[in-house]
Design a protein. Structure first.
Length: 254
């Protein structure tokens, strides 16, 4: 009887190891840590794009503040053109400060390259255990041809962040997997994006993916207008509310 029991235990162990090994082989997202309470929104951190301009995001932050949320636009090192991992560290420092001050979690909005910085933060800094929700706006999560051209033919005018945003860069290859399970993420982009090419480079496995014109065909929004576009602002407000994040089904009224 004892040998049968030991044999059964060994069989269960083999099955568990096989399942774990299959998950790793497939690249399934890990789900090792706790997840923030979705019903308790905390402060919102907004991550600028390449070049570090805070103008458009500041207007979005003002709208979020008017809705009763605490919203802060980060200032990135190197004017947002330096190494994206350094920018992810800046984001993590701001998150840590918010949590140490008593916040239950944070929401993060990443615009353009700021969405890549946020994805890098999730990957390298346990972001899924700290962020309640994430929204990315026009983010070249799989790179953009403009950066690829700069890295190939004008490297002297293509700083580190530019080189890292080239399609198939080592950095982008390192975050090409699915999101960790249980992290609500809305990725919005415009099909008229003239900077992120192709625009659906913003598509992210495991996120709620939303080309703006699928909902609002009349939207003439370009890349630079994403943080201030009224349709996008309405979608961001809904996404960061206390309600469950779901795929939007209709163009918001603005």
């Amino acid at each position: 009887m004892r040998f049968r029991w030991l044999g059964a235990v060994a069989l269960v162990a083999v099955v568990l190891l096989a399942v774990i090994g299959w998950r790793v082989f497939r690249g399934d997202p890990a789900d090792d840590g706790p997840r923030p309470d979705q019903a308790r929104p905390g402060p919102i951190l907004l991550v600028p794009g390449y070049g570090g301009s805070r103008t458009g995001l500041s207007r979005l932050a003002q709208r979020l503040t008017a809705e009763g949320r605490t919203a802060t636009v980060l200032t990135l090192p190197g004017d947002g053109t330096g190494a994206l991992e350094e920018q992810a560290v800046t984001l993590d420092t701001a998150v840590t400060d918010a949590l140490n001050a008593g916040a239950p979690s944070v929401d993060v909005i990443g615009y353009s390259a700021g969405g890549v910085v946020t994805r890098l933060w999730v990957e390298n800094h346990h972001g899924a255990e700290k962020a309640r929700r994430v929204v990315s706006l026009g983010s070249p999560l799989h790179g953009t041809r403009l950066a690829g051209l700069g890295a190939a033919f004008a490297r002297g005018s293509c700083p580190v962040a530019c080189q890292e945003l080239a399609p198939d860069s080592d950095l982008l290859d390192g975050i090409d997997g699915a999101l960790p399970a249980g992290l609500p993420w809305l990725s919005i982009w415009t099909t008229l994006d003239e900077t992120v090419q192709p625009p659906d480079s913003a598509r992210l496995d495991g996120a709620v993916n939303l080309p703006l014109q699928d909902l609002c065909p009349a939207a003439r929004t370009g890349h630079g207008e994403l943080p201030t576009d009224p349709y996008v602002t309405a979608l961001v407000l809904d996404a960061l509310s206390a309600d469950t994040l779901i795929q939007p089904s209709a163009c918001p009224r603005v």
